[in-house]
Design a protein around this ligand. Structure first.
Ligand SMILES: [Zn+2]
Length: 393
């Protein structure tokens, strides 16, 4: 499972003068291990000269050489899931991490002073990391949930201490005392969760419990934490099996994610309709992307579009042999929307894949912009994007 510690460890990694190798390799569905190995090998070819370059510091060369060996070794022993695998290695400082990404990312390899984490973060950013908590008056186990995986983080327990039964209104006093203890427990849990959310990169909180206790607990949450509750479900920290807690929490997250996506789509389409900073449809989105104007790109799940890319100026379009921006010949791209997503990441924006039923068919792409791009001349024929279910032309 990809944990917050792993991701934070990469982002905050200090190489102190040594090089970090970052490699993104695609794993196509059904690809054999040999095919993946060939792809990685050809990516590594791009950095092999660095391991031999006498102009570079000896320790630098040694580290790169060890990174190349390590990545090659890993390939011999592992089988990666379809999508992309991101590898970060700095042998001289003991870093080696493989992060499987659930979708395709542009292939690349880079040697730099810091890890190339941005493409990884952009993909991971499409999935919320949830802190799942199940609470009653005495116990509160906490899990980290991410991309359908869940692991226990910690448990806060405050066993109720029963007071000795003295005096006439003992029952009431015991009840008050128990309430006080439960309140203290809820506060302790709230502060622990607050710390987790601040420090470990959680996006949202999912809370399970008995209805009457949930209400008390949520009331005690500080305002900013309450705003991050994605949803609640019924459960008991002791009696409910973990598998059931997990499936309830997943249900809450699915619902939450869909609502977020729906809101985002509505927002961008409204913005476009009002003539605001937005672009809809591939021609305008490709043009805005070419001008580095995209802040958030929405792509309907399963849509691909054949097109062209100019590697010189970053111009993207559905067709054209010569780039109108710089006059250089273009390169064929089997899926120019994929190139667009990569370009958006590189210019600091974020691409999001949206469930097909949440995005209107007539707009397979939409984007929120940072600034209005210069006007675009409409091409002679604008290609129709292909949906996942379409038959081959
Ligand atoms: Zn160009």
């Amino acid at each position: 499972m990809i944990t917050a510690e792993m991701v934070n460890g990469i982002v905050r990694f200090q190489a102190n003068g040594l090089p970090v190798v970052s490699l993104y390799c695609r794993v196509d569905p059904g690809a054999s291990q040999r095919e993946v190995r060939a792809r990685v090998d050809s990516l590594l070819d791009q950095i092999r000269p660095l391991a031999k370059d006498r102009a570079l510091d000896h320790r630098y060369r040694l580290s790169v050489r060890a990174d190349i060996e390590r990545i090659k070794d890993a390939l011999g022993s592992e089988r990666w899931r379809p999508g992309t695998v991101a590898v970060f290695s700095c042998s001289g400082r003991g870093l080696y991490e493989e992060i499987p990404l659930p979708r395709r990312v542009r292939e690349q390899v880079m040697v730099d002073a810091t890890p190339l984490a941005r493409p990884m973060l952009a993909v991971l950013g499409e999935y919320s990391r949830a802190c799942v908590l199940v609470i009653n008056r005495e116990a509160a186990p906490v899990w980290e949930m991410y991309q359908d995986e869940m692991r226990e983080v910690e448990t806060v327990t405050d066993p109720l201490r029963k007071a000795a039964n003295t005096g006439t209104r003992a029952e009431d006093r015991i009840q008050n005392r128990v309430d006080e203890q439960a309140k203290r427990h809820f506060r302790r849990v709230a502060s622990m969760v607050g710390q987790l959310l601040r420090a470990d990169g959680y996006d949202v909180l999912v809370v399970g419990g008995h209805e009457y206790e949930l209400a008390d607990f949520l009331r005690l949450l500080p305002h900013e934490l309450r705003g991050r509750v994605a949803g609640t479900f019924r459960a008991d920290p002791v009696a409910t099996p973990v598998a059931e807690i997990r499936s309830s929490a997943e249900g809450v997250m699915r619902h939450y994610q869909r609502e977020q996506d729906q809101r985002l789509v509505a927002h961008v389409l409204e913005l476009a309709a009002a003539g605001g900073l937005a672009a809809v449809g591939p021609p305008d989105c490709l043009w805005a992307g070419s001008m580095s104007a995209i802040d958030t790109l929405l792509v309907r799940d399963g849509v691909t579009l054949v097109g062209v890319v100019c590697d010189e100026s970053g111009w993207l379009a559905a067709s054209g042999d010569i780039c109108p921006v710089c006059g250089k010949p273009t390169r064929y791209a089997p899926d120019v929307l994929d190139e667009l997503a990569a370009a958006v990441i590189e210019t600091g924006g974020s691409p999001r894949q949206i469930a097909a039923d949440l995005m209107p068919c007539e707009y397979p792409t939409a984007a929120q912009l940072r600034f209005p791009p210069p006007p675009r001349e409409a091409g002679p024929r604008e290609a129709r994007p292909r949906e996942a279910g379409d038959s081959q032309p």
